[in-house]
Design a protein around this ligand. Sequence first.
Ligand code: W6P
Length: 444
Amino acid sequence: FSVFSDLQYYAHCTPIALSMQQLIDFGAKHRPPQDSFNFLQKELPVRMANIMVEMSLLPEVLLTTQSVTQIKEWYDMSFKELLEFTKLDPNKPKVLERFLVTLGNVKNRHSSVVETMAEGVREMRLKLLDDPLSEPIINSSNISEVIRSTAMYSPSWSLDETVQYFLDRFYMNRISVNMLIETHLSLFSRRSTMEEDDSDSISSDELDSDADVNKEVHHLIGCLDPRCDVILLAKNAFEDAKDLCEKHFGFSTDCQFAHYSDSIKGHKVKMTYVPSHLYHILFELFKNAQKATLDKYTGSPKLPPLSCLISKGEEDVVIKISDRGRGIARSNLTNIFRYQCSSSPTPPPPDDETLTVSPLSGYGYGLPLSRLYARYFSGDLWLNSIEGYGTDAMVALKAKPSEATEILPLLNKTASSHYSPHVQINDWSDSRQIRKRYVSKVAA
Ligand code: W6P
């Protein structure tokens, strides 16, 4: 197929969404590294190419920023490195060894993509402030003949909506690629099975912020813990958020934990999950709840405690974190999930740690990213707020590993969409997503 470049070829392939059950089966059955190699050697380029092409469709103001240019170079390089392996024989130990090294390199190369993309969005906003007329009119004739992503370039969308749509998809793609890489490294790298101390390769990535906890407490198969102790993890996340708050403000409040489970055995709620993702989500929510409480009760000696309810049902594990920090107005509820929330006065410096460790001032990327982590395996995250009183932050996760399936952005490439722009085509691997988005747009 010489008409197609490699990029176009792989972008035309549909990513394969895996369930937690499949990931567990693969790891627990000790399948040979060749099997994983064969899968990843195609799937990684497919997932990368899908998002690379989508990135190339971005409006010029963002596409031509220095940061996005840098990110494109990283993706080009990694894509090329991974393609090398299509010609190689995985039955040679040397090849498998090199594959591990390449995956490690790719992971490190992309470790600051979130911050760099955030910087790109800031660059774009500065450009627009300088010259508001440069705001592009999003023109559907820009779209490549071969591949089109209908919704993204819907002419009725503002630049804001387009950027939000893209970043959700871009970061979700990145979470999924990281997941595949981490799984292979964790199952097959000699270092991770023989030694404990591989902190060098871990420290820079937000996925592994609780790597120490992982080692001691979790029974990891790849990145998944089939017996993840939700209550223990929530308590750890709470304590860490509390310590951080204490350090920053000299105050913090407590939390009352409660749990409920139909099939209760002892005092635990267990499920299959990625502990680092769940920790990331809960740490973020506890920080926000602490912050809201402190903001309302500055100087007051007695702070109303948070509460955390964890319930395991048939279908979902639901976690509710409540604060009495005055709540949020309905009109502001969607804003706090925006990547370019205009109310954030001073953007944090593009420092590795700011996004994961100390976004106590304003809402950074913490909430939208946490929602992506929840949605990644078919869960969700949302807020119910009672303005004047307080906020309930809710997380629902699939209780059954067979139902916890990756939600991946898909690139639409159906030529027919060109002729029937009103037909809705799924651009997420889960058809419910598009309905959700449609409903939220109508509501907005
Ligand atoms: C607030 C705002 C917020 C966001 C996320 C979680 C909890 C809370 N509480 O007031």
